[in-house]
Design a protein around this ligand. Structure first.
Ligand code: AR6
Length: 192
C-alpha cells in the first residue's frame, strides 16, 4: 500500500476489488445511461444487488463529466456515486476536462453526503480507453486538490484492479510530489 499524508487527510493507493473495500462512499465507473455494464460497473451492481439499478432507472441519465448518487444496496458503503468518464477519442474532445470533472463531482457529492471516506476506481481507463499514464495524474490531482481543502472525506482510497494500474498511479504520485506543487503532501508508507 502507498499512503500519502495531505494535511490532516490521507490518500491511499491499493490494489484490489472496490466492492470489497469498506468506505462510506464507493465510486462507480458508470455510463451516461446509468444502464450498468462490465468492469467496475458490473462488479458493483452484482455485489450491491438490484436496488442500485432500480434507483439508476428512476434517475435516468447522467452527463459525461457528471456524477449521481444512489443507495449502496448490499455493499458496506452508505452510498454509491456513479461518475461518468469520457470515452477516449484521442484527447481532442475535452477528455481531460471531463475526466477531472467526473472526479471533482464525486468529491463534491461525497462531501455533501457527509462521507468521511471514499473509495474510487480508475475512471475511464478501462472500457472507455483513457490512457493510464494520462488518466492517473488527473485522478490524483483531483484527490490532492480535494484533500488540500481539508474538507470531508479526508480518507481517499484509489482501488486499482491490476498491477499495471497500481504502477501507473504510483509513478504519477511520485511525479506530482516531486513538483512541490503539493507541499502539504508527504509519503508516509510505500510498501511494494
Ligand atoms: N474494482 C476496482 N477496479 C476495477 C474492478 C473492480 N471490481 N473491475 C474493473 N476495474 P471500467 P471505464 C478497473 O471499464 O473505463 C462499463 O461497462 C479496470 O481494470 O470499469 O470508465 C460501464 O458501464 C479499469 O482499470 O470503466 C461503462 O459503459 C478501471 O477499473 C464503461 O464500462 C475502469 O474500467 C466505463 O468505462
Amino acid at each position: 500500500m502507498t499512503e500519502i499524508q495531505v494535511g490532516d487527510g490521507m490518500l491511499r493507493l491499493v490494489q484490489g476489488d472496490i466492492t470489497q473495500v469498506a468506505a462510506d462512499v464507493i465510486v462507480n465507473a458508470a455510463n451516461s445511461a446509468l444502464a450498468g455494464g462490465g468492469g467496475v460497473d458490473g462488479a458493483i451492481h452484482r455485489a450491491g444487488g438490484p436496488s442500485i439499478m432500480a434507483e439508476c432507472r428512476s434517475l435516468g441519465r447522467c452527463p459525461t463529466g457528471g456524477a449521481v448518487v444512489t443507495t449502496a444496496g448490499n455493499l458496506v458503503a452508505r452510498v454509491v456515486i456513479h461518475a461518468v468518464a469520457p470515452v477516449w477519442r484521442g484527447g481532442t474532445q475535452d477528455e481531460a476536462k471531463l475526466l477531472a470533472s467526473a472526479y471533482g463531482e464525486s468529491f463534491r457529492l461525497a462531501k455533501e453526503h457527509g462521507a468521511r471516506s471514499i473509495a474510487l476506481p480508475s475512471l475511464g481507463t478501462g472500457a472507455y480507453g483513457y490512457p493510464l499514464d494520462q488518466g492517473a495524474p488527473i485522478a490524483l490531482r483531483a484527490a490532492l486538490d480535494h484533500l488540500g481543502t481539508g474538507e470531508a472525506p479526508t480518507l481517499v482510497t484509489f482501488v486499482l484492479w491490476d498491477n499495471r494500474s497500481l504502477t501507473a498511479y504510483k509513478n504519477a504520485i511520485s511525479d506530482l510530489l516531486a513538483t512541490n506543487e503539493y507541499d502539504s503532501a508527504r509519503t508516509v508508507d510505500s510498501t511494494p
